[in-house]
Design a protein around this ligand. Structure first.
Ligand code: HEM
Length: 324
C-alpha cells in the first residue's frame, strides 16, 4: 500500500458505516479516547479490587455440570468499577457501575464474569455498539438521533429512565446482560442470564466527593461483608439468547444459586484484580457461550486493552493514583 493510502486508511478508520466489522483495536482506540492513562484499563478504568467467596446452595447442579455448582464454597477475586476511561473520574457521575468476578473453580479452570447495572444493552451487535459510542462522544443531539434510529434500544431506555443510582456499590444490581448456556451431564443446554441482587438498600443522601463510592465500600467492609444473591433467569423457547438488547419477560423462572460474599478490598493497582483480564469467554466446563456476537467483540477488546496496559506496566509508564 502506498504511504498516502495508508494514511488515508488510518485517518478514516473510525468512520465506519452500519454493518462494517469493527476490530478490537478500533474499539479500544475509541474507548481510550485522546487522553490515555498509562497502565489503566481502557474502559472501566476506575475501580477497586475485592475478594470473597461464593456460597453455593446446590440449586443449579441439575442444570450445569460446572464444579462451582457442586462445591459448597468457591473463592473469587473481583473488582467493582465505574464505566469510562478516566481512573480519577468522580464516582457519582458515572452512568454505569460494574462488578467483575474471577472464580478459581478448580486447579485447571476459572470462570470470569463482568457485569453492569443495566439489564440489557441498547443495541444487538458490535457494529451498532461502536456507533453508539461514537454518538455518545459526539454529544446529546447525536445520541438522541442514534436512539431514534435504533428502536431495539427501547428496553435499555426504559431501564435508564427508571434507574435510581444507590449510595453504595453494595446496593446495586449487576447483570450479565449477555446470555450463556448452563450445560448438564447429558449435554443438555439451558440458556440463562444472571444478575447479582443486593441484600442491602442504601440511598446516596450525604455522599459527596470524587471517591464517595470507594470510601463508602471501604468503610462498609471494615464492619461487615457485602452480600449479593446470585439469581439465574431461565430463557424459554421464545427468547432469543443471541440478542443482548431485548429483556426477557418478567415471568421467566428464576433460580437463586447462592450467596456472593465479599469480605476484603485492595487498591486496584496493588490488588489481585489488577492483572486479571475479566474476559467473559473464560468459562469452565458446564457453562458455554451463546453465539451473541457481542461476547466475541468483548473478548477481543478486553485482550487488546489488557495488552496495552500490560506493556505500559512493563515499561514503567503506569501512574500511581489513589482513590482514597
Ligand atoms: C462490544 C461491547 C463491549 C466492548 C467493546 C467492551 C470493552 C471493554 C474494555 C476494552 C474493557 C477493559 C478491559 C481490561 O483492560 O481489562 C472493558 C471492561 C469491562 N466491561 Fe466491557 N465492553 C463491552 C460490553 C460490555 C458488557 C455488555 C458488559 C456487561 C455485561 C461489560 C462489562 C465490563 C466490565 C464490568 C468491565 C470491567 C472489568 C474489570 O473490572 O476489569 N462490557 N470493556
Amino acid at each position: 500500500m502506498r504511504l498516502g493510502y495508508l494514511w488515508a486508511a488510518l485517518l478514516f478508520a473510525p468512520l465506519l458505516h452500519a454493518g462494517d466489522k469493527v476490530s478490537a483495536q478500533q474499539f479500544v482506540d475509541l474507548q481510550q479516547g485522546d487522553s490515555v492513562h498509562p497502565g489503566f484499563r481502557r474502559a472501566h478504568a476506575k475501580g477497586i479490587c475485592v475478594q470473597g467467596e461464593f456460597r453455593n446452595n446446590g440449586a443449579l447442579a441439575q442444570y450445569s455440570s460446572a464444579q462451582i455448582f457442586a462445591t459448597s464454597v468457591t473463592p473469587f477475586v473481583g473488582r467493582f468499577s465505574l464505566a469510562g476511561n478516566n481512573p480519577t473520574a468522580p464516582d457519582l457521575k458515572a452512568p454505569v457501575r460494574s462488578l467483575a468476578l474471577s472464580f478459581a473453580t478448580s486447579a485447571s479452570e476459572q470462570w470470569r464474569i463482568a457485569m453492569n447495572t443495566p439489564p440489557v444493552m441498547a443495541v444487538s451487535n458490535p457494529q451498532d455498539f461502536y456507533q453508539q459510542l461514537v454518538a455518545i462522544k459526539s454529544g446529546p443531539k447525536a445520541i438522541q438521533t442514534f436512539f431514534a434510529e435504533h428502536p431495539e434500544s427501547a428496553d435499555f431506555l426504559a431501564w435508564k429512565d427508571s434507574y435510581q443510582p444507590s449510595g453504595s456499590f453494595a446496593a446495586e444490581t449487576y447483570h450479565s446482560i449477555n446470555a450463556f448456556y448452563l450445560v448438564d451431564d447429558n449435554e443438555q443446554r439451558q440458556p440463562v442470564r444472571w444478575h447479582m441482587q443486593p441484600t442491602v438498600s442504601v440511598t446516596d443522601d450525604g455522599l459527596s466527593g470524587p471517591n464517595a463510592l470507594h470510601q463508602e465500600l471501604k468503610a462498609r467492609l471494615a464492619k461487615q461483608p457485602v452480600v449479593f444473591d446470585w439469581l439465574f433467569t431461565l430463557a424459554s423457547a421464545q427468547d432469543d439468547e443471541r440478542n443482548p438488547a431485548i429483556q426477557w419477560p418478567a415471568e421467566r423462572p428464576r433460580i437463586n444459586a447462592g450467596k456472593i460474599v465479599i469480605t476484603q478490598w485492595q487498591a486496584q493497582q496493588d490488588g489481585a484484580c489488577h492483572s486479571i483480564n475479566f474476559d467473559p469467554l473464560v468459562l469452565p466446563s458446564g457453562i458455554s457461550p451463546t453465539v451473541d456476537a457481542i461476547l466475541r467483540a468483548r473478548s477481543a477488546a478486553y485482550a487488546e486493552s489488557y495488552r496495552r496496559r500490560a506493556v505500559e506496566q512493563l515499561r514503567g509508564q503506569a501512574k500511581e493514583l489513589s482513590n482514597d
